[in-house]
Write a protein that binds this ligand. Structure first.
Ligand code: AMP
Ligand code: GLY
Length: 431
């Protein structure tokens, strides 16, 4: 198969790493790719939002499949344009991707299809939203409805903070993403990420992981795109995962099909594991980053047949994927100043070393200079991933590798996977 992979982060490096192991692969082209992906695929400089350029590239390489990593390409209508061109695409249409691109749509959709999720109201003006805070209790959860790179959610502990945050959200801090704001009840519990593949009809569970969204150890500091992930996740038992799959993911896929927007690709449910069972926090129309890196190291099966079947139909003919028994931990090395104002250009040393068969270092935001030097080119720079018999072993391998990589001012958490040993750290239900 000829495959075009769209994206340039650690998620796409992990996908390229796994796809390139497939005996079905003939040619892998990445747009735009990154210096890590370069050793696995031909990289072309086409931007992820240049829909005509990507369609032309898919045609040029006679792509049998286009695999879309990031949501921005889906929001730009890449899957729709590829469908028109008759090229199979792993990733939903713009209409189906509203599950991620519009929180207002998703909350109303969840209500229509009785998916368990936090009670909410959606507003398009600040005065009504402020008045409606009366119907909620602190902490207040306020969300810009549109795409805001994970930064459009405010958890305010007081009424005054919530009112100020509403002013900022409606005041254009997130541009058009803040034209509508969702106010919802705060859910208590631990978070987990649940993945499923679907061709629009068949829905196949495709792994779980737990992300670490806060910048600093102990889940402190500002929210980020994710500072690390691990699997398996003791807090999300197979029983709870099956419950979330049956009550949230399957009805969502069926609901979209009934509403005329059938979903193809991967559906990522962000869950809160509450005392009343798993509740939906949000859907994403793509693999999680850095969760995908963990899934790819754990996946034993060939990935390509699954991606192809989700894109073209026939997922019901494939067996459930086989996972390796080992645990995987992924630690993110971020640039100085991340997430607010990451500084780029720092020279990275030691990332290209051979760390043995159980460690893989994915590039998330790097650039290769003319002299071959690798520099930081994004907020999240590298993803150091390791397998081990237990989460503890995988973690110590990942941190041992990270210790020999240098990035001036680089930041990382030292406790990725801590909840694996203390699932009871999940907060108790509100009294
Ligand atoms: P979202 O972009 O909707 O996933 O929200 C980002 C983060 O905010 C989530 O990963 C949670 O940590 C937190 N969050 C969102 N909604 C809620 C909620 N209703 N209750 C508690 N925390 C939430
Ligand atoms: N790591 C969370 C996300 O990809 O949205």
């Amino acid at each position: 198969m000829n495959v075009l992979l769209v994206g340039s982060g650690g998620r796409e490096h992990a996908l390229a790493w796994k796809i390139s192991q497939s005996p079905l692969l003939r040619r892998l082209v990445a747009a735009p790719g990154n210096p890590g992906i370069e050793s696995l695929a031909e990289c072309r400089p086409t931007s992820i939002e240049d829909v005509p350029g990507l369609v032309a590239l898919a045609r040029e390489i006679s792509a049998d499949l286009v695999v879309v990593g990031p949501e921005a390409a889906l929001a730009a209508g890449l899957a729709d344009a590829l469908a028109e061109a008759g090229i199979p695409c792993f990733g939903p249409t713009r209409a189906a991707a509203r599950l991620e691109t519009s929180k207002a749509f998703t909350k109303a959709f969840a209500e229509r299809h009785s998916l368990p999720t936090a009670r909410h109201r959606t507003f398009d003006d600040v005065a009504a939203a402020r008045a409606a805070l009366d119907g909620f209790e602190p902490p207040y959860v306020l969300k810009a409805s549109g795409l805001a790179a994970g930064k459009g959610v405010v958890i305010a502990s007081t009424r005054a903070e919530a009112e100020a945050a509403l002013g900022e959200l409606f005041g254009g801090r997130f541009g058009a993403a803040g034209e509508q704001v969702v106010v919802e009840a705060f859910l208590h519990g631990g978070e987990a990420s649940l993945f499923a593949l679907t061709d629009g009809e068949t829905v196949l569970p495709f792994g779980v992981a737990q992300d670490h969204k806060r910048l600093r150890d102990g889940d402190q500091g500002p929210n980020t795109g994710g500072m690390g992930a691990y699997a398996p996740v003791p807090a999300l038992s197979p029983e709870l995962a099956a419950q979330a799959f049956g009550r949230i993911v399957e009805p969502a896929v069926a609901g979209l099909a009934r509403e005329g927007a059938p979903y193809r690709g991967v559906i990522f449910a962000g869950l809160m594991l509450t005392a009343d069972g798993p509740q939906l926090i949000e859907f994403n129309a793509r693999f999680g980053d850095p969760e995908c890196q963990v899934l790819m190291l754990r996946l034993e099966s060939d990935l390509l047949p699954y991606l192809q079947a989700a894109a073209t139909g026939g997922l019901s003919n494939l067996p459930p994927p086989v996972w390796r028994p080992e645990a995987v931990v992924c630690v993110v090395l971020a640039a100085e100043g991340y997430p607010e104002a990451p500084s780029t250009g720092g020279v990275i040393e030691g990332a290209d070393a051979d760390f043995g068969p159980d460690v893989v270092v994915f590039h998330a935001g790097t650039r290769r200079g003319k002299g071959g030097a690798l520099t930081a080119a994004g907020g999240r720079v590298l993803n150091v991933c390791a397998r081990g018999a237990t989460v503890a072993e995988a973690r110590s391998r990942a941190y041992a590798a990270l210790a020999s990589i240098r990035l001036p001012g680089g930041q990382h958490r030292t406790d990725i996977g801590w909840r694996a040993e203390t699932p009871s750290a999940v907060a108790p239900p509100p009294s």
